[in-house]
Write a protein that binds this ligand. Structure first.
Ligand code: CA
Ligand code: CA
Ligand code: CA
Ligand code: CA
Length: 174
């Protein structure tokens, strides 16, 4: 009987230790998944309206901003660490330019943080309907695709090089 009691009392600290490990591990997992964030007052009104997110390695993963200070985030930069560059770089930006709560404008950047692709959801159905591709950010887009009837298919495609109209094709030799 006495031996049994001893065994039980010995098990309780072990259970507590396990629980602490689970809670601590859960906390670490939470930080690993969500990272930690630092708020900043970018507008000078005394309230935080910019937030930087970091992962456990201390690398920046996201930067959020409430540009018009209405309490809702309307601009997000996504960062990725590049071992070649030895630092984080912005590879994607989402913006709610018309501040209606929907991030309708998405920009994609290459390793040199140059714009390569711009997507716009103009009818707020959650699907991009104008896609612009850039080979040189200094120049107008090399290709623009339009989904004018919002069915998910891009029926109109405009190439920058297509300044001259395509030669007319005839239905066949007569
Ligand atoms: Ca806002
Ligand atoms: Ca919007
Ligand atoms: Ca759309
Ligand atoms: Ca379409």
């Amino acid at each position: 009987m006495k031996q049994e009691q001893k065994a039980t009392t010995g098990i309780i600290p072990f259970i507590i230790l396990c629980l602490l490990l689970i809670v601590g591990g859960g906390g670490l997992l939470y930080f690993w998944l969500t990272g930690f964030r630092i708020g900043n007052d970018c507008s000078g009104d005394g309230l935080d309206n910019c937030w930087s997110y970091f992962n456990l390695q201390g690398q920046m993963t996201r930067f959020e901003k409430d540009k018009n200070c209405d309490g809702n985030i309307d601009y997000i930069d996504y960062y990725k660490f590049s071992p070649e560059l030895g630092r984080e770089y912005v590879f994607r930006t989402e913006a709610d330019l018309d501040v209606d709560g929907e991030f309708e404008t998405v920009s994609f950047f290459n390793h040199s943080e140059k714009l390569t692709r711009l997507e716009r959801d103009s009818n707020a159905d959650g699907r991009a309907d104008v896609i612009s591709l850039f080979d040189d950010p200094e120049k107008p887009p090399s290709k623009v695709m339009y989904d004018e009837n919002f069915d998910g298919k891009f029926e109109r495609i405009k190439n920058r090089s297509e300044e001259t109209p395509e030669p007319e094709t005839t239905g066949g030799k007569s």
